[in-house]
Structures are given as C-alpha cells and as structure tokens.
Design a protein around this ligand. Structure first.
Ligand code: HEM
Length: 500
C-alpha cells in the first residue's frame, strides 16, 4: 500500500478523503442517488482524478476516452482486481469467461463467440418473443384483479422475464418451471443488493489477505457466500445434465436446438482449441448472473423514463403500431425504440463502473494535460504494478466533450438528429457507448441483450400504458448494477393500465 501511495499518483488532484478507513468509497458506492459526488468531481477535477480507497489507498478514477482506450486495448497490463476475481472464481468457477485471463480467455472466448453472433441472436427471435408475451399475460391477469388506481411493482416480474429469456435463449432450460432454482436465484439478487458498510470494508481488506489464508477462511463462509455457493452447485448439477444431453444429440446427428449453449457445444466440437466440459459448465452460472440482472435493470429504467415522458411513450407506441405485428418487425429499424435504449444505456449505465489493477509498471496516456498538486503539467501518468484503476463508465457517459453540453439530460432525440456520436476516441461495440465496455473483454452478450430489450419493451408498450407512482420515490442505487430503489428496497412501482 505504501508503495502505491508514493510516487506520482499522490500528486494527481482529487477530492478530499472524509475518512482514513473508508476513503471516498462511501461517497462513490453508497451515495443515493448514485453518482452525486462522482459527477461533480468530474466537473471539478476533470476526466482523470485521484480518489481514496480503504486505509488511505490511492485509486485513479478514469473517464478520459484516450486513457480508457489504452487500458481496454492492453488487457495483459490492466487485469481484473483481486476483489472482482475472488467473487468470479468462488461464485462462477475457474473456467468462467468473467474470471479467465490471457490465453485461456482468448481460447474460451473464441469458442463462445459464434454462439453470440448476429445470426445466432436473430434465430432466437421466437424464444424472446415468447418470454415477452409471458410477462404481458401475467401483468394482464394482475391488473384485471386490482383496482385501476393501484400501482404495480414491475421489478420482480421483469427479473422473472429476463431470467426466462436467458434460460430458454442461452442455456436451453425453463428456469421459471423449476421453482427451487428460481427461488435460489431470487435470493442471490437480494444478496447482491446488500449495500452495508461492512461490504465496503471487505472490498478494501480482500486484496491484502494472502491466498492460503483466504482458502482457510472460505471453509467458514458467511451466509451470503453460502447462498452463492448453493446457487453455483445447483446450476452446476443442472449444467452437467444439459451439456451431456446436447453432446449426445450432437453425436446422434439430431438437429441442434437454437439455444446458445447448443450452438457452443456444436462449435466446440469443431474447434481445434476446445473448451473442457468443466469450462462449458462454468459458463452456465456466468451467463445467468451476467445476463439476467443487467438486462432487467435496463428494461426497468426504460419503462421508468417512458412513464415520466408520456409524449415519448405515445411516439414509441405509434412507431410500433406502424411497424405491424411483432413477429414481422425488424427491430433494428425502429428509430425511437433504439434511441430510447441507447439513451438509457448512456444515462442509466447498468454497470456504472468496473475496476482494473496494473499488472506491470506502465504509462497511462492522457487526452488533456493535468496540473499536479505540485504545480507540474503532465501529459501522461506512470503507474506502478498494483495500482488500482476505476473505469468510470457512468462518468464517461456524462462527458460534455463527447456528448455535448446537454450530456446530463435524458434526451433520446440526441440519437435521432445524427450529431451525437462522437467526439473523441471510439469506444465500445455499440454507438460509442461504454455500457458494454470495450476491447477484448467487451460484453459477449451485448447483441443478445439489445435484441431482448427491443422485444420486451415493444411488447409492453404495445399492451400497457405507464405513469409514475406519486407515492414512492425511486432512486438510482449502486448495488453491483444500477438498481431502482425505494424506501422499501429494490422496487419499481408504476401505474400500469391495459391498452387492449
Ligand atoms: C444491458 C445489459 C448488459 C450490460 C450493460 C452488460 C455489461 C457488461 C460489462 C460492462 C462487462 C465487462 C465487465 C468487466 O470486464 O469488468 C460485461 C461482460 C460480460 N457480459 Fe455483459 N452486460 C449486459 C448483458 C449481458 C448478457 C445478456 C449476457 C449473456 C447472455 C452477458 C454476459 C457477459 C459475459 C459472459 C461477460 C464477460 C466477457 C469477457 O470477459 O470476455 N452480459 N458485460
């Protein structure tokens, strides 16, 4: 820690630290609404500044497009943090795409890529439409049974739908029909929403616990970890059976299913650098966890903004009416729908930040010079092995230099007038957004997620109207992903009415 506190980083300007124990972490992680401090610091200190972690550790908060581009294109130099990797390995497995680094990551990613190609995702249209129709049928039944003034907490059913979509579309399994599994998964989402000070301290302490000590500690897991390990074991058992079925079908020459794991098993059989069965198994938990919560939250925020913007809702409904029945629509050609999704990914970045640690001494380039607190003007920053970096996804999405002076406004029309994208480095796979990160660790499920959101939002806007609930305030809250939170916990209460 001392080594990291010395040198140039200490002189990079940044906000004062209110506490030696927590540094700025409570302001960054626990502040509601998310980003209140972070977005103000960006205005005061610029696109790269120093913050404090636990016990006086210096961390760099980065939204500078040039610096981010450099970090994302050098994955061997900027690796995942020990905190992230401990959770990934323990919860998802040592073969998880989220955990593996270097050659193993390249090999596994190459085998998985065909399953997530544009063609594979297009083939899932009917499966995704079925999951979307199921949610609207549930809502219709609930609304028929309640008074017209009641509000509906749409959050749990959005999670159920995205779990179903990932289940049937990606792993080829009906999770909702398996009540035991659905309950285990629900518990996991509740745990992820834990935002206690002790979880912040744990994050600060973890990197300093030697691996052998950690192994011993894992024999006495806290209740949250027990739930995670139970989920991992349940999905691991399920995965083994499903993979065996898919491999047997492949050997017998049976026409493969359309789900992405079937495609993956097929592409693996033809690949020269194969994934092991154990590695394929680890992708089940990975994809379920990485793909469900992120998409549910993005759909939730989309409906929240539609409820607040009735004009936008009317225009989107008119666009969908004109497009015709849902099974004949090319969703990529609907400008208002896609403008809404892009603007939500920008302003409600579902993964608001991620972390990296410097694996070997290196130099970070800057797009603008920085004046250090010692008065020196620098155009690059030498960083030492072990330096903690925060990739500030949400802050990048609010840079006026990239998105214009109205960067903080919710304004889907910015995507329609053709002048948004983009000043600065081109980042990310989708419209210069960093929501799915970029470089070799770009979210593998981004196409799946866009297709899923297009279909679910269209189905719901065709069938229901949305208005805000006047009773409960909903706040943007950081709980690994960006969660809609009320005084009663993660909820999204809206006034929903049937249209047909
Ligand atoms: C709105 C929806 C989504 C968002 C915003 C999102 C965001 C992200 C981000 C930021 C990362 C990079 C994390 C890091 O390296 O620190 C990531 C990685 C990943 N995502 Fe997503 N994701 C979404 C949906 C999905 C879906 C639907 C799936 C699967 C069906 C998925 C599977 C993955 C996987 C497996 C990785 C690891 C990729 C690698 O390291 O090579 N994600 N996602």
């Amino acid at each position: 820690r001392l080594r990291n506190s010395r040198g140039g980083i200490r002189d990079i300007p940044g906000p004062p630290s209110p506490s030696w124990l927590f540094g700025n972490l409570l302001e960054i992680i626990l502040q509601v609404p998310y980003g209140e401090y972070e977005f103000q610091w960006q205005k005061t200190y610029g696109m790269l500044y120093r913050t404090k972690g636990c016990f006086g550790e210096n961390r760099l908060m980065i939204s500078d497009p040039e610096t981010l581009k450099h970090i994302l294109s050098h994955p061997a130099t900027y690796i995942k943090s020990p905190q992230q990797q401990l959770v990934n390995e323990t919860g998802l497995g040592s073969g998880s795409l989220l955990f593996v680094e270097g050659d193993a990551h390249r090999r596994i990613r190459a085998v998985m890529n065909p399953a997530f190609s544009a063609a594979s995702i297009r083939a899932l249209g009917p499966t995704l439409r079925k999951a979307a129709r199921e949610i609207s049928e549930i809502w219709e039944a609930v609304l028929d049974a309640q008074s017209s003034n009641d509000v509906l907490d749409i959050y749990p059913s959005l999670h159920a739908t995205t779990l179903q979509a990932v289940g049937e579309g990606v792993v080829g399994y009906n999770f909702q029909a398996d009540k035991d599994f659905a309950a285990r998964y629900h518990n996991l989402v509740v745990i992820a929403a834990d935002r206690s000070k002790s979880s912040v301290i744990l994050d600060g302490v973890l990197p300093y616990i030697p691996k052998p000590v950690m192994k011993i500690l894992l024999n006495f897991p806290p209740p949250a970890l027990v739930t995670l390990l139970e989920f991992k074991s349940a999905i691991g058992t399920l995965a083994k059976t499903l993979i065996k079925d898919k491999m047997d079908a492949l050997e017998l020459g049976v026409e493969p299913e359309k789900d992405l794991i079937s495609v993956l098993v097929g592409s693996n059989s033809q690949s020269t650098s194969k994934m092991t069965v154990e590695e394929i198994k680890d992708q089940f938990a990975t994809i379920t966890v990485a793909g469900e919560d992120t998409t549910a939250n993005t759909v939730a925020w989309s409906l929240y903004e539609l409820a607040k913007n009735p004009d936008l809702q009317t225009k989107l409904r008119a666009e969908l009416d004109e497009a015709g029945p849902d099974d004949s629509v090319d969703y990529d050609r609907l400008p208002i729908l896609n403008a809404l999704i892009k603007e939500i990914l920008r302003l409600y970045s579902t993964v608001p930040q991620t972390e990296r640690v410097v694996a070997k001494d290196s130099i970070l380039p800057l797009s603008e010079p920085i004046t250090t607190s010692a008065g020196k003007v620098i155009t690059e920053i030498p960083v030492k092995k072990g330096q903690h970096l925060i990739i500030a996804i949400s802050s990048y999405h609010r840079l006026t230099s990239v998105w214009g002076e109205d960067a903080e406004e919710f304004k889907p029309s910015r995507w329609l007038d053709g002048n948004t994208v983009s000043a600065g480095a081109s980042l990310g796979p989708y419209s210069n957004l960093l929501a799915f990160l970029g470089g070799s660790r770009t979210c593998i499920g981004w196409r799946f997620s866009i297709a899923e959101m297009q279909i679910i939002i269209s189905e719901l806007v065709r069938k229901f109207s949305f208005a805000p609930s006047q009773k409960e305030e909903v706040q943007r809250t950081f709980a690994i992903t960006l969660v809609p939170m009320t005084a009663d916990g993660p909820r999204l209460p809206l006034r929903v009415a049937r249209l047909q």
